[in-house]
Design a protein around this ligand. Structure first.
Ligand SMILES: NC(=O)c1ccc[n+]([C@@H]2O[C@H](COP(=O)([O-])OP(=O)(O)OC[C@H]3O[C@@H](n4cnc5c(N)ncnc54)[C@H](OP(=O)(O)O)[C@@H]3O)[C@@H](O)[C@H]2O)c1
Length: 339
């Protein structure tokens, strides 16, 4: 195959050292490597969009986690790309694919790195990385499998304006729930109300008493708490959970590290007396639900029920600072890099 048109170099972002807390730019090094060749039984992918995810903090930490990226390796990341060469009969040059391609321009991908083909005529490629990708699957599985929503119920969502939170809002609204979002800053409150159509939105930075603000927004209590933050926000929501409420622990973005167990109110009595259920989940454990979830997400997207805003950072030089950007809450919707 003549690949002369794509050049000879492969810019990559590699892990230089372990991170403590939110990874700072010096955790990474940006290098110019040689263009890899297409692996036997695999494909060569030109990466078009690479994800930036809060989970990356855990992958780079020395704390025990469900997944880690070794020092020296290319930073792991989900991505959207185009097959530029294939040595596998199921994948063809010109296919648009979703997979685990890392923070680099080209990825020599084995079939296990490839998740599925995407159809750019249904949605722009970056949306396939967000609302129609793992963010959407996370929202769908957390809400439907663990939250078990019923029409008329009340759901509270933390990181309400973010990539996962905005899909939870769209799906919950479509299922007939009353939706309450928690986020920070006037711009995101406006986005929650006007674009994502939450019934109420609470600024956790403003509220003098977050607990009182949550109680005022949910006078009849809360049936589902879709929690992406833990910490002070969760402390404010637990007291208003109703009997039989479901807590979906999707993320813990507000807690800097778990080495020194953070102190907070104890909730065992609430769990017992209110018959609460509190489920943690990691989306990649639920591949059996992907086909149903993907079909439903695509239907919701085509029906205009999902907002899939993306923020795109240009060039891999932006990657080392991108996780901090996310943790400072500067992103609106799905943050990704165009390598
Ligand atoms: N369980 C799973 O399988 C799974 C899969 C994917 C994602 N997740 C989790 O889902 C959550 C959202 O991820 P995402 O990709 O959609 O990111 P995102 O919400 O688009 O971006 C992260 C957001 O976190 C908020 N944040 C940062 N520091 C915070 C703090 N100290 N206190 C409260 N909020 C803070 C910021 O929003 P504000 O401006 O609102 O503060 C920021 O925009 C994360 O917890 C992530 O780990 C879980």
């Amino acid at each position: 195959v003549d690949n002369s048109h794509i050049g000879t170099g492969n810019r990559q972002v590699r892990v230089a050292k372990r991170a403590i807390g939110v990874p700072s730019p010096d955790v990474f090094s940006v290098v110019d490597a040689a263009l890899p060749s297409c692996p036997p039984d695999g494909v060569l992918v030109r990466v078009m969009f690479a994800a930036v995810d809060p989970a990356m903090r855990g992958w780079l930490s020395s704390e025990t986690n469900y997944l880690t990226v070794a020092t020296g390796a290319v930073m792991r990341a989900e991505g959207i790309g185009e097959v530029v060469e294939s040595r596998h009969s199921d994948w063809h040059r010109g296919d648009w694919v979703y997979g685990s391609f890392g923070w680099q321009r080209f990825c020599a991908a084995g079939v296990s790195d490839l998740r599925w083909r995407i159809d750019p005529s249904i949605a722009p490629p970056a949306v396939w990385l967000g609302a129609l990708g793992l963010n959407g699957l996370t929202a769908w599985i957390g809400l439907n499998h663990f939250g078990r929503p019923r029409s008329g119920e009340v759901i509270v969502v933390s990181t309400a304006a973010g990539a996962v939170g905005s899909v939870v809002a769209g799906l919950a609204r479509a299922a007939g729930l009353r939706t309450v979002g928690i986020t920070r800053g006037a711009a995101k409150i406006t986005r929650c109300i006007e674009t994502l159509k939450y019934d109420a939105a609470i600024d956790y930075g403003d509220a003098r008493s977050l607990g009182a603000a949550v109680a005022a927004a949910c006078p009849d209590g809360v049936d589902i708490f879709y929690d992406n933050t833990a910490g002070a926000i969760a402390d404010a929501v637990f007291p208003v959970l109703k009997r039989g409420a479901r807590v979906v622990q999707c993320g813990t973005v507000a807690v800097q590290n778990w080495l020194d167990a953070p102190a907070g109110p104890r909730r065992e009595r609430d769990i017992l007396v209110k018959r609460l259920s509190w489920h943690g989940f990691v989306v990649i454990d639920h591949e059996n639900l992907y086909p149903e979830a993907r079909a439903d997400l695509q239907r919701a997207w085509l029906a205009g029920k999902l907002d899939a805003q993306t923020e795109i950072l240009d060039g891999l030089d932006a990657a080392p600072g991108s996780i901090r950007h996310l943790y400072e809450g500067h992103n609106t919707g799905r943050l990704c890099i165009r390598p």
